[in-house]
Design a protein around this ligand. Structure first.
Ligand code: ADP
Length: 267
């Protein structure tokens, strides 16, 4: 990664339906150079929101899907061997800090804590990143902004962000939108009519009540968009819902029956 390319620039406005005052709050946090944590379950619009905000602010976006095998070097960079010798390659975090991009670390809690701490000097008023192997102290570009996502449902004692990490961020809560807003999102994204979207959202609301009673996570907006997209492709609503809403989230026969019943109540 050496220069900002078209892939980092968001040319067209990503559709994002605001749910509360998150757009204004994010803009204020950006202006104040305050790193932002987006908290909420999977599939409720966090990634779309960051893409929209990068477009709105006219900044490039660098996204990193975090995982437990990720090392600090994966974020910061490393020396590579090539025909002409060794060459330093910036990792995505360094790249974003150098060029003034928004860096989105998705599901940061998946990374090990010794990896996560590399963001610390970037997230206080020093705004620096020590590249120890390279012997460089990188000062972050004024436009650089760090955003992380965090799903409070997945945490265990073994796997959580340190308080010293959390306290560096301002946090915005994301959850499933209100009924009418979610209907609007599903209709727009899947290309189905409002009546169909309304039924899909109603099924999800029933299923979300089962969270913690046999379901680990509720049916997300993303899954509703999937179901709607199948319907828009000509699939009948019941098999579309079974494929996109029910089968992915549970293997338990009783839970499947309960969810299938919710589907047939509305379709
Ligand atoms: P997350 O990052 O929270 O896991 P995403 O941002 O990928 O979730 O959202 C999943 C999908 O749900 C998006 O691709 C989009 O179609 C839809 N979506 C959810 N919330 C919104 C919203 N507020 N505005 C527009 N689309 C949304």
């Amino acid at each position: 990664m050496n220069e900002i390319t078209a892939q980092h620039r968001i040319a067209h406005e990503p559709y994002y339906r605001p749910v509360a005052d998150e757009v204004a709050l994010f803009e204020a946090a950006y202006g104040a150079q305050m790193p932002v944590m987006l908290k909420g379950p999977t599939g409720c619009g966090k990634t779309r929101f960051v893409e929209h905000m990068a477009w709105r602010l006219g900044k490039p976006l660098v996204t990193v899907a975090c995982n437990e095998d990720m090392t600090a070097s994966d974020l910061v960079g490393r020396f590579l061997l090539d025909a002409s010798g060794t060459r330093w390659q910036d990792g995505p975090l360094t790249f974003a800090a150098r060029h003034g991009a928004i860096c989105y670390l998705d599901e940061v809690v998946e990374a090990r804590q010794d990896t996560t701490v590399v963001i610390h000097p970037l997230t206080d008023n020093r705004r620096v990143l020590p590249l120890e192997k390279k012997g460089e102290l990188l000062r972050a570009h004024p436009d650089f902004h760090l955003v992380i996502s965090y799903n409070p449902g997945y945490q265990s004692l073994m796997k959580d962000l340190k308080q010293s990490t959390k306290q560096r961020f301002g946090a915005l809560d994301f959850s499933y939108p209100d009924h009418a807003v979610e209907v609007e999102i599903v209709a727009h994204e899947a290309g189905v009519d409002a009546r169909t979207a309304d039924k899909l959202v109603s099924i999800a609301e029933r299923a979300r009540n089962l969270k913690g009673h046999g379901l680990d996570e509720g049916i997300s907006t993303r899954m509703l968009v999937h179901a709607g997209s199948l319907i828009a492709q000509g699939v009948a609503p019941v098999p579309a819902c079974q494929m996109a809403l029910v089968r992915p989230i549970t293997d338990d026969p009783d839970m499947r029956d309960a969810l299938d019943a919710a589907v047939t109540t509305f379709f």
